[in-house]
Design a protein around this ligand. Structure first.
Ligand code: 5GP
Length: 137
């Protein structure tokens, strides 16, 4: 266990109810209690980890394996044709619950869904940057 318990541990334990949409040995998915749009789902690993960089390869693989199926299920159930996957890490990045979770957020023609402000900047020192990240992998 790499972090303190959160409300998602209480959901995993069944101490707090949720509207479950999927569960397997490693993953639980349920409706977000304050959805940005109809069909907003949270997908969480059962392994407790605050951020994606804390998560084991095995738990991450289990999440990744089930994501396409869950996206298809949300599309089928809601009729959405567009959606965003959002995964916040750290309070500055808008993380409120410190247990890894991936949002599946349908986007509809009425504008409901994820609002985005894409603050694009000039790419600086790409060779050095790519080398530094590559070396840290
Ligand atoms: P974050 O900002 O950490 O990426 O998003 C946390 C999400 O968890 C929010 O969208 C919030 O509505 C959702 N959430 C927080 N508490 C609960 C809860 O008790 N039940 C459910 N179903 N969702 C919750």
């Amino acid at each position: 266990m790499s972090s303190d318990p959160t409300i998602f541990d209480a959901i995993l334990a069944g101490d707090i109810p949720c509207h479950r949409v999927y569960e397997d040995e490693h993953v639980l998915a349920f409706l977000d209690i304050a959805p940005l749009s109809h069909g907003h789902v949270l997908v969480i690993p059962k392994e407790r980890a605050a951020q994606m960089d804390d998560l084991s390869d095995e738990a991450a693989a289990a999440l990744g394996r089930v994501l396409p199926r869950l996206c298809r299920a949300v599309m089928s159930a809601t009729g959405c044709e567009a959606y965003n996957l959002l995964q916040n890490n750290g309070a500055e990045a808008h993380q409120a619950v410190f247990h890894v979770h991936i949002h599946i957020i349908p986007k509809f023609a009425d504008g409901s869904g994820l609002g985005l402000k894409w603050n694009s900047r000039e790419l600086t020192s790409p060779e050095e940057l790519a080398s530094a990240i590559q070396a840290a992998c």
